[in-house]
Design a protein around this ligand. Structure first.
Ligand SMILES: [Zn+2]
Length: 187
């Protein structure tokens, strides 16, 4: 990882892992893809490797990210989906030309039409978002209980009662605060 950039918090669901590249939206936001190279890095660890990324492509990515965040938040709250967010998600999905291919080991891999087509990778992410917002997958969209986070996440727990996002910090932070409060009281 290049020094000085925030690390990634990867989750099991591509679309919400992507929206997690901006965290603490309601606190002090942390931008985890501040430069094009960091989007290249994120795509590589997410199975969508590209060779390069331009500033314009990074802007497209961030626009998609915030559109997924807005639409997933509305879906979690059972609110109408914001039309502008739906348009961006659909445009990215329609303009992606990635193909799903099967590896000899029987795994799915994404093959982009060219190594510089960030748009293809964004198309895969947009389609993933569509499948969870449309309720096609086994799980429930929910919002992180942390007041400074409120990230939309996809709860696949059996009881569907998860409270915290995938970022692995919100729940831990809350636990630590409770522990400290209890500790203060007892001492
Ligand atoms: Zn959270």
């Amino acid at each position: 990882m290049p020094a000085g950039f925030p690390d990634f918090r990867l989750g099991p669901v591509l679309a919400t892992s992507f929206t997690g590249t901006l965290s603490e939206r309601h606190g002090k936001p942390v931008e985890r893809i501040p430069v094009p190279q960091r989007l290249v890095d994120w795509l590589a660890v997410s199975g969508l490797a590209v060779e390069s990324c331009t500033t314009a492509q990074l802007e497209l990515a961030r626009e998609l990210r915030e559109s997924i965040h807005a639409a997933a938040t509305a879906a979690a709250l059972h609110d109408p989906l914001p039309a502008s967010a739906v348009r961006v998600i659909n445009d990215r999905s329609a303009q992606g030309r990635a193909a799903a291919v099967l590896t000899p080991e029987g795994k799915r891999r994404w093959q982009l039409s060219s190594a510089t087509r960030v748009e293809d990778a964004l198309g895969v992410i947009a389609a993933d978002a569509i499948s969870i917002i449309a309720g096609e997958r086994d799980g429930r969209l929910a919002l992180c209980a942390s007041a400074t986070c409120r990230a939309a996440f996809f709860d696949t727990s059996q009881s569907r009662t998860r409270k915290w996002c995938d970022m692995n910090t919100c729940g831990n932070r809350q636990k630590k605060a409770r522990f400290n409060a209890a500790h203060r009281k007892s001492s």
